[in-house]
Ligand binder design. Structure first.
Ligand code: OOG
Ligand code: MG
Length: 262
């Protein structure tokens, strides 16, 4: 840690205000070039604490920057994790208020629900497959609090990895019923195919992303509790959405996730 507690708190408030007021800010490493990874996660956890203190509930966890498409798009090279909120949780068919965001983008992802605890270090894909209750398709809505999505890894970790919302699918299947690496995804915006991909884009296998999450959490002596909903990371590059857009994401064997930006 290089930042003191009051700076951590102040940066968390700064980033959360950017979110609540929909006013983007410059990346925080510009003013705090000395901050380290621990500081970055400490700011994210402080944002989570602030939301929970006000009665907000955490809906799950997310991995981000787990595919080449995403890393290339954002110019960074390592996966990161963050948390999902109940306030940003939408169901299939939702009408989503565009004004709730600064510059929303969407990502097609494989999500899992765990039925038993996962703990690192040394958590592997086999343990993850055993611990997964079901898999489902989901679409994440990301909305960086930084101007033009311009950030580095530490800044985006502090900003809860751009998490802003997610639309869960309504088809759930056991891990044995789907082949996650070859699971195809087609994203359509206003009836046009804008991105296509397969599960293997996520670290070779989306379950690897969950193992990595358990191993990253172990550094903070935390585990993934049973009953955790986890988004494993965008399969394709993120796509900007605007008011009036209709989105339809088809997942092989997992149905579709549709919504409209209003
Ligand atoms: C960071 C969040 C990335 C994913 O699935 O890769 C992410 C960003 O690109 O703004 O959620
Ligand atoms: Mg994502």
């Amino acid at each position: 840690m290089t930042l003191d507690q009051s700076t951590i708190r102040q940066l968390a408030e700064h980033l959360e205000n950017a979110e609540l007021n929909r006013q983007p800010v410059t990346k925080i490493t510009d003013d705090h070039p000395e901050m380290d990874w621990e500081d970055a996660y400490a700011i994210q956890y402080e944002i989570r604490r602030r939301k929970e203190e006000r009665g907000g509930r955490t809906a799950g966890l997310k991995m981000g920057l787990t595919s080449q498409a995403k890393m290339r798009q954002m110019g960074v090279s390592e996966p990161v994790y963050g948390f999902l909120t109940d306030a940003g949780s939408y169901g299939d068919g939702a009408e989503i208020d565009t004004a709730a965001f600064i510059h929303p983008r969407i990502e097609a992802e494989v999500a899992v629900m765990t039925k038993s605890e996962l703990a690192g270090p040394g958590c592997n894909i086999g343990q993850v497959l055993q611990a997964v209750d079901f898999v489902t398709g989901a679409v994440e809505i990301i909305d960086s609090r930084y101007e033009n999505f311009r950030f580095d890894l530490k800044s985006v970790i502090a900003d809860n990895t751009s998490a802003a919302g997610f639309v869960g699918g309504s088809v759930m299947r056991g891990v044995d019923a789907v082949d996650l690496p070859t699971l195809g995804v087609v994203m359509e915006k206003n009836g046009e195919v804008v991105e296509t991909g397969a599960g293997a884009a996520v670290l070779g296998h989306p379950a690897t992303s969950v193992a990595m999450l358990a191993n990253m959490l172990a550094a903070r002596s935390e585990v993934i509790p049973a009953g955790t909903f986890i988004m494993t990371g965008g399969i394709t590059a993120a796509v900007a959405v605007d008011k009036g857009d209709t989105i339809n994401v088809r997942f092989q064997d997992l149905g579709k996730v549709s919504f409209r930006m209003v």
